[in-house]
Each structure stands twice: as structure tokens, then as C-alpha cells.
Design a protein around this ligand. Structure first.
Ligand code: HEM
Ligand code: HEM
Length: 316
């Protein structure tokens, strides 16, 4: 019987990362990003007075430190429990490296006083780490051995539609960070039109970036709805249908939060929930895409493979 410690540890990592992403977004939205003027210490100490912006900025750092420790523990468990699934130990080590690089990028945002490219990369790496943790958690889940494997048609839909929708949501999220860090959040102050027009004049980069984010938002929403429809048509079971319904509900909520962010003139709560919603949506889609890619050999207690990555259902 496979031991579920690794799965539990990875489930905590995913939940912790979502909380950390939300906190990171609050740091920016409350203009606390430079509340600690130095890094890795804050005013020369690891225990500054937790007031004002320092509360959010230092809390974000402490929670980030906690994530590194928990993920290091999960990596240790992966070496003990992953058996022949060596791609899992390699991916875990890559995750540790990614987190350390991410911490350095967090420090660079402070030291270089928030360059747009560094802040945007900080978000992209955070979302990349989340996706990696979700793939590992999906592979480690005991449900992979107890639930029936998806049929080849359903697995193909999960890979193609799920993978495509996840990629689009990732791109849209990085674009969202560009909107935020180039101060284009109010480039289109109205909704559903932009500056009173369906296609606004793109004469400033604020409008062009914001409008592109809206258009890709519509495409991402359609991709998620397309995934749900394709799963139903391929005959997916009730469990997968529930996940697909969850994805549709989440993308609708995410779209609405984007609209509320604009109409509230970038109020802290909707913009922070908008970051969290994007991350949760990405996690859900990556989970579905991973279920299309992982075979029984990748499941806990499965025979495992010696090749470099998880195996594609129906191909391996
Ligand atoms: C000790 C390490 C870290 C430091 C010093 C740090 C620092 C910061 C700072 C200063 C901001 C505000 C950036 C801005 O206003 O442009 C921020 C935002 C953020 N952080 Fe971190 N961070 C660290 C680790 C992490 C980790 C490990 C993650 C996730 C895995 C993460 C995820 C985020 C996210 C998602 C944001 C919001 C980015 C955005 O709004 O576009 N951070 N962080
Ligand atoms: C599936 C659809 C969408 C996704 C996945 C998405 C994702 C994101 C992400 C990840 C950010 C960056 C937050 C950060 O840096 O922390 C962002 C920013 C933003 N998004 Fe979206 N978004 C979507 C749709 C929309 C829509 C439809 C609107 C408006 C009608 C919108 C308006 C905004 C605005 C105004 C910002 C900048 C917030 C700020 O400056 O603080 N988004 N989006």
C-alpha cells in the first residue's frame, strides 16, 4: 500500500502557494512593496515591528520562507516514496531551485525598486512553481490508483483542451502582471466598452496592454468552456465533469473579478482576489491536463518508469 505522506505534503504546498500568491498581490495593492527597504533582512532584522506596510511585506517574506521549508520536506519525501518515478524527484529538485531563484527575484524587486520586468517575472515564476507543485500532487494522489483511468478519448481531451486552456491562462496571467506593473489597470476605465468604444484607439500603451488583456481573457474563458463541452462529449465520468464545472465557475468568477477591479478603480480586495482566482484556475486546469498525461505507471505504487518524464496515456 503506497504511503500518502508525499501527497499530503504536496497538497499543503499547493494550498500554501495559493495563500502566498494572494499575499504577494496584497503587498503590491497596498503599496507595501518597498515597506522593507532592505533584503533579506527588513530594517536590518528578521523580526521588524509588524505595522503598516511592513506587516504585509514581511509577512509575505515569512510565508515564502515557510513554503521553501515545506517544499524541501516534500522533496525529501519524494526521494523516499517516489520509487522508480524518478521524474518526480527530478521535478522536486527543480522546484527547490525555482523557489530559491524566486526568493532572489523577490529581493531584486526590493533592491532595484520594482522594475516592471522583475516584478512581472516574479509573478510568472510564482505561477510556474504552482503548476509544477500541482503536477507533482496529482501524480502523488492515492486517487490515481483507486479511480478508473480516463478512456483514451477523455485523456486526449484532457491533454489537448486542458493543456491548451492552462497555457492560455498562464499567458493571460503574465499579461495581467504587465497590465499591473505598467500601470495600465485603468487604461480602459469602462466596461464592456473601452473608452466608450468596442475597439478603442490604441494610441497609448496603457490602452493597448489593457485591451489585449481583455481580449485574451475572453479567449481563455472560451477555452475553459470548450474544455468542459469536449469532456462531456467524450463521455467523461461524473468526477471529471465536476472538475470541469468547477473550472467554468472559476473562470466566470475570475472574469467578473476583472470587471469589478476596473469598476472599483483597482480596490485592494478585488485585485488581490483576481490574482488568487487566476492562480486557482491555473491549478485546476494543470491538474486536469496532468490527469490526461499521467498513466498508471506514474501512480503511487505503480511500476514507475525510468525515462525522463511522465508518460503520455495511450502513447507510452
Ligand atoms: C523571500 C522571498 C521573497 C521576497 C523578498 C518577495 C518580495 C515581494 C515583493 C516586494 C512583492 C511586491 C512586488 C511589486 O509590487 O511589484 C512581491 C509580490 C509577489 N510575490 Fe513575492 N517575494 C518573495 C518570495 C515569493 C515566493 C516564494 C512567491 C511564490 C512562489 C512569491 C509570489 C509573489 C506574487 C505572486 C506577488 C505578486 C506579484 C504581482 O502582483 O504581480 N513571492 N513579492
Ligand atoms: C480568464 C480571465 C483572466 C485572467 C486569468 C486574469 C488574470 C490576471 C492576473 C494574473 C493579473 C495580474 C495580477 C497581479 O499582478 O498580481 C491581472 C491583472 C488585471 N486584470 Fe485580469 N485576468 C482575466 C480577465 C480580466 C478581465 C476580463 C478584466 C477586465 C475587464 C481584467 C482586468 C484586470 C486588471 C484591471 C488588472 C490590473 C490590476 C492592478 O493593476 O492591480 N482581467 N489579471
Amino acid at each position: 500500500m503506497p504511503r500518502p505522506h508525499l501527497f499530503r505534503a504536496l497538497a499543503v504546498v499547493v494550498a500554501w502557494t495559493l495563500a502566498l500568491l494572494f499575499l504577494g498581490s496584497v503587498v503590491h495593492a497596498t503599496e507595501s512593496s518597498l515597506a522593507c527597504p532592505d533584503w533579506p533582512t527588513c530594517f536590518g532584522t528578521m523580526m521588524p515591528e509588524m505595522v503598516g506596510g511592513v506587516f504585509w511585506e514581511h509577512l509575505h517574506r515569512l510565508v515564502a520562507g515557510g513554503l521553501i521549508l515545506i517544499f524541501a520536506g516534500a522533496t525529501w519525501l519524494a526521494f523516499r516514496e517516489a520509487g522508480d518515478r524518478r521524474w518526480m524527484t527530478r521535478a522536486s529538485v527543480a522546484g527547490v531551485v525555482l523557489l530559491l531563484v524566486q526568493a532572489v527575484f523577490g529581493g531584486l524587486t526590493v533592491i532595484y525598486r520594482l522594475p516592471d520586468a522583475v516584478s512581472t517575472t516574479h509573478l510568472a515564476l510564482a505561477f510556474g512553481f504552482l503548476a509544477l507543485a500541482v503536477v507533482l500532487a496529482t501524480a502523488a494522489s492515492p486517487r490515481r490508483t483507486t479511480e478508473p483511468a480516463p478512456s483514451p478519448q477523455v485523456a486526449r481531451v484532457l491533454r489537448q483542451w486542458g493543456g491548451g486552456a492552462a497555457a492560455l491562462v498562464f499567458v493571460q496571467s503574465v499579461l495581467g502582471a504587465v497590465v499591473r506593473h505598467t500601470d495600465s489597470g485603468m487604461g480602459c476605465p469602462d466596461f464592456p466598452t473601452c473608452l466608450g468604444q468596442w475597439v478603442p484607439p490604441m494610441d497609448t500603451h496603457f490602452v493597448a496592454i489593457h485591451f489585449t488583456h481583455r481580449v485574451v481573457g475572453v479567449l481563455a474563458t472560451l477555452a475553459v468552456v470548450g474544455l468542459a463541452v469536449a469532456l462531456v462529449r467524450a463521455g467523461a465520468g461524473p468526477g471529471l465533469r465536476r472538475w470541469a464545472a468547477g473550472a467554468v465557475a472559476l473562470v466566470a468568477a475570475q472574469f467578473t473579478l476583472g470587471v469589478v477591479s476596473v469598476l472599483s478603480i483597482l480596490d485592494v480586495l478585488p485585485v488581490s482576489l483576481h490574482t488568487l482566482g487566476a492562480a486557482a484556475l491555473l491549478a485546476l486546469l494543470v491538474h486536469l491536463a496532468a490527469r490526461g498525461h499521467l498513466t498508471r505507471a506514474d501512480a503511487p505504487g505503480g511500476p514507475g518508469r525510468t525515462a525522463a518524464g511522465p508518460h503520455v496515456a495511450g502513447v507510452a
